[in-house]
Design a protein around this ligand. Structure first.
Ligand code: GLC
Ligand code: CA
Length: 557
């Protein structure tokens, strides 16, 4: 068995099979197509893929409405093709996790169809029924764009059923031991197939209790610990990654004492990274870390900039939320629920410097980074597609028909590819960026490769320096005697900064991305200048004999 803490050094990549590559030419991506692109994923340096739900589904929530947990949706291929893909990924040293949608099923799931048919049915108690819609009134509504209540009347069942998301996604009843057992078995089913773990969807909402907001309940944590126990008993080095869109203090219990989740997304940090660069101020970012409790040694944050959902502002209140809408979504078309449905490049005005800067932050702050497919080439979005589909368009491989995604008639594609003159596949695609040594894609690949040379990125402690210039974010990462200094200019103008590096006197900063040797750290403040949105990744090393103590001359290798 491999190192069970592999996930701490890993770079993750999120994709939808449907959106990545179409192997059989029907306009929908599939496992055969994905297999053909594994070399690309390996070339980029990805360690672990997160696949969005690929199970049979009416696709009214893009697969998060599961109708059968133990099969592959035929559009994406057969179980054989899935196995073939998984083997090929493993052969390349790439692990694969998939969504485990615990909280709810599709209303098309046979459990629900049976449940609604009669109060006596064997699965009636798999769901949460009520004769009134006045229970659990403290629970908020999550999809406020589409839902008015967490209860929907079902005339067939002659009762209301409970749902935290879309009304076609009834919540499972975790007070029922049968439901608990079913989900554990489903988990084992996929682990036996060889999957490396799960991104567990919407975990805060498993249980309901009157008088509470029905989130993060002790009962929910107790069940999640059962899941972890089953995983550990039989399947050593697999992982569980929590989707708990909560304040850090409420996410902290999902790590338990290292006996619940291995990883959890850091949701509230994400909008603060965008806030920091827009306001040219490190305070929003540093403040978020003062709210971030430490986590057990065998756990890890997962840091992200974008994913398949809207840029959620649920963890931003009042002025901060207003600011984010003002700064990033002036056009109301861009808003979804409490958030902004846009991709990374358009959010950042397609400014290469800002795109690299924000990626540098998620590559160097504590946690493991995850890249959303297409963001490594700066793909655009289409805010006019409904729901969150605007950020789920086909991957752009080259300038050919359908951007190389599919050979199908363009009208048959599951969604139209981006084709505008800035982000369209004719200009923005993998092929052209692979040919251009200074493309965003090459920079991303290089950052991934450099990150892997320094375990301190995934495992080190974090200490912020607090320079007077509040446009410059600087921090130290330390792991087993290795020390890294990270300096980021959040501003669109060149900036000077003076850092108190007295603890490192005598050491020499080596810039990891370019390999340059900088002047030795002496007494007093250490001066640096940064280009607009510029950043440095320094390793602080012991001096060699001929290192000058200060000055620029002779410092360049
Ligand atoms: C999670 C998913 C989202 C989905 C929701 C309901 O938040 O990320 O895409 O709509 O769960 O399943
Ligand atoms: Ca296909």
């Amino acid at each position: 068995m491999s190192d069970p803490s592999w996930f701490k050094d890993a770079v993750f990549y999120e994709l939808h099979v449907k959106a990545f590559h179409d192997g059989n030419g029907d306009g929908i991506g599939d496992f055969r197509g994905l297999l053909e692109k594994l070399d690309y994923i390996q070339w980029l340096g990805v360690d672990c893929l997160w696949l969005l739900p690929f199970f049979p589904s009416p696709l009214r929530d893009d697969g998060y409405d599961v109708a059968n947990y133990r099969a592959i949706s035929p559009e994406y291929g057969s179980l054989e093709e899935f196995r073939h893909f998984l083997d090929a990924a493993h052969q390349r040293g790439i692990r694969v996790i998939v969504d485990l949608v615990l909280n709810h099923t599709s209303d098309q799931h046979p459990w629900f169809q049976q449940a609604r048919s009669s109060p006596e049915s064997a699965t009636r108690d798999y769901y949460v029924w009520s004769q009134t819609d006045k229970r659990y009134e403290k629970a908020r509504i999550i999809f406020i764009d589409t839902e008015k209540s967490n209860w929907t009347w079902d005339p067939a069942a002659n009762a209301y059923y409970w749902h935290r998301f879309f009304s076609h996604q009834p919540d499972l009843n975790y007070d029922n031991p049968e439901v608990q057992r079913e989900m554990l078995d489903i988990m084992s089913f996929w682990l036996d197939e060889g999957l490396d773990g799960f991104r567990c969807d919407a975990v805060p909402y498993l249980f309901e209790r009157e008088g509470t907001i029905c989130e993060n309940l002790p009962e929910t944590h107790a069940y999640l610990k059962e899941i972890r126990k089953r995983l550990d008993q039989t399947y050593g080095d697999r992982i569980l990654l929590a989707e708990a869109n909560q304040w850090p203090a409420d996410v902290r219990p999902y790590f338990g004492n290292g006996d619940e989740f291995h990883m959890a997304f850091h949701f509230p940090l994400m909008p603060r990274l965008f806030m920091g660069v827009r306001s040219e101020d490190w305070h929003p970012i540093v403040d978020m870390f003062t709210h971030t409790p430490s986590i057990p040694e065998n756990c890890q944050w997962c840091l992200f900039l974008r994913n398949h959902d809207e840029l959620t502002l649920e963890m931003c209140a009042g002025e901060e939320r207003d600011y984010m809408y003002y700064a990033y979504a002036r056009d109301p078309q861009m808003r979804r629920n409490i958030g902004i449905a846009r991709r990374l490049a358009p959010l950042l005005d397609n400014d290469r410097r800002k795109i690299e800067l924000l990626n540098s932050l998620v590559f160097t702050l504590p946690g493991s980074p995850i890249i959303y497919y297409g963001d490594e080439i700066g793909m655009g979005d289409n805010v006019h597609l409904g729901d969150r589909n605007g950020v789920r368009t086909p991957m752009q491989w080259n300038a050919d028909r359908n951007g190389g995604f599919s050979k199908a008639d363009p009208l048959k594609l599951y969604l139209p590819p981006i084709s505008d003159s800035v982000y369209g596949f004719h200009v923005t695609n993998v092929d052209s960026q692979r040919q251009s040594p200074h493309s965003l894609l090459h920079t991303m690949k290089q950052m991934i490769a450099r990150r892997k040379t320094q375990p301190a990125f995934g495992r080190g402690t974090l200490t912020f320096l607090h320079p007077k210039n509040d446009k410059v974010l600087a921090y130290i990462r330390r792991y087993r005697g290795n020390e890294l200094l990270l300096v980021h200019n959040l501003a669109g103008s060149a900036q000077p900064v003076e850092l108190d590096l007295s603890a490192f006197q005598g050491q020499v900063p080596i810039e990891l991305l370019g390999g340059s040797r900088f002047p030795r750290i002496s007494k007093g403040l250490y001066s640096l200048s940064l280009a607009p949105y510029g950043f440095y990744w320094f390793s602080l090393e012991q001096p060699q004999h001929d290192d000058p103590s200060y000055g620029i001359e002779g410092s360049v290798v």
